[in-house]
Design a protein around this ligand. Sequence first.
Ligand code: B12
Length: 256
Amino acid sequence: MEPRVGLLEERIRAPLDRLGLESYSFKVGWYNAVLPPAFHLPYSENTLAFVVVSVPAMFDKAFKPFLKKHMLKKIHDPIDQCISHHLLLVRESLADYQVDIMYDYEMLPNRKPKFLAQTAAHISGAAYYYQRKDVEQDPWGEKKIFGVCIHPRYGGWFAIRALLVFPDVEVPFLLQNAPIDCVRTEKERIELLEKFNFHWQDWSYRDIIEAKEKYSEEQKTYFATPPAERLKLLNLSRGLQRNGVAVFPAKEECIA
Ligand code: B12
C-alpha cells in the first residue's frame, strides 16, 4: 500500500470502527471493469474510493447514542440520518481532501442506484457477492434471482451503506484483496439464493455461515417493524424524540 493511502485509510477506519462501521478501499477502475457503462462511476480508473458497511455493533455504538443526542428529521429514515451524520463528520475531519459521498438508497434521475452496493462490496474484498452465475446447475428456470453478499465474519448480518470517493487521489498501485469465498459448495449457494429470494423475511439467509455476531433481538425488532411505525417504537421504548416529531415515510424495503 502506498504510504499516503495507508494514512488516509487510517483516518477513515479509526473513527468508523468505533461506530460499528467498516471501510474497505478500492480503485474505481476495479468497480467499473465488471459493470456496463450505464452503471459506471464517473471518475478516472485510478481514483481512490471506500465502501462503508455497518455490522451488528452499529446499532448500539452509533444508532442508540445518535438518537439520544439528535433530533430526527421527519422525512428521513433514522438509521440513514445516523450514518450520514457520521460520514459527514469524517468528511469534515478530512478537510484537506475533496470527498464525494454516495448512499445505498440514492438514485440517479434515470432511477438507477447511484452505485451498486454489492458489486462494490465484492471488488473491495468486503464481502463475496453470490450471484446466480456462481451456481452451475441452476434450478430456477425463468425466475428472476437476486444475488446476495456474505461477509466472512458476520454472514448476512450487515448492510452496505455508502461510498466515499476521493476524486483527487489517484492510487495506481493499490493492491486488490479478493473477497473471502465462505459459501463454497453448490448446495450451500443454492440454499443461500433460495433463502435470500424467497424467504428473506425469516432472516435465515443471514445464517448461511456461522456469524461471529448477529443483530440483537432489539435490533431485529427495530428492522422488522414497518418503517412508518419505527419512530413510534423508538418513542415508546426509549422516551426519546419527545418534541413532536411524527412519522417519517418509508424508503422502499427498509430492512437492512
Ligand atoms: C433495488 C433494490 C432492491 C429491489 C430489487 C433487487 C435487485 N437486486 O435488483 C427490491 C425491492 C426487490 C429489493 C429487495 C431486497 N433487498 Co435490495 N436493494 C436494492 C438496491 C437499492 C439496488 C439494487 C439494484 O438495483 N441492482 C441492479 C442490478 C442490475 O444489479 P445486479 O443484479 O447486482 O447486477 C449487476 C452485477 O451482476 C454486475 N456484475 C456483472 N458481472 C459481475 C461480476 C462480478 C465479480 C461482480 C462483483 C459484479 C458483476 O453487473 C450487473 C449490472 O449490469 C440495493 C442497494 C444498492 N444501492 O445497490 C439494495 C440491496 C441489494 N438490497 C438488500 C436487501 C437486504 C434486500 C432485501 C432483503 C430487503 C431488505 N432491504 O431487507 C430484499 C431481498 C430481495 C428479495 N427477495 O426481494 C441489500 C443486500 C445486502 C447483501 N447482503 O447483499 C442491499 C445491498 C442494500 C444494503 N444497503 O445493504 N432490493
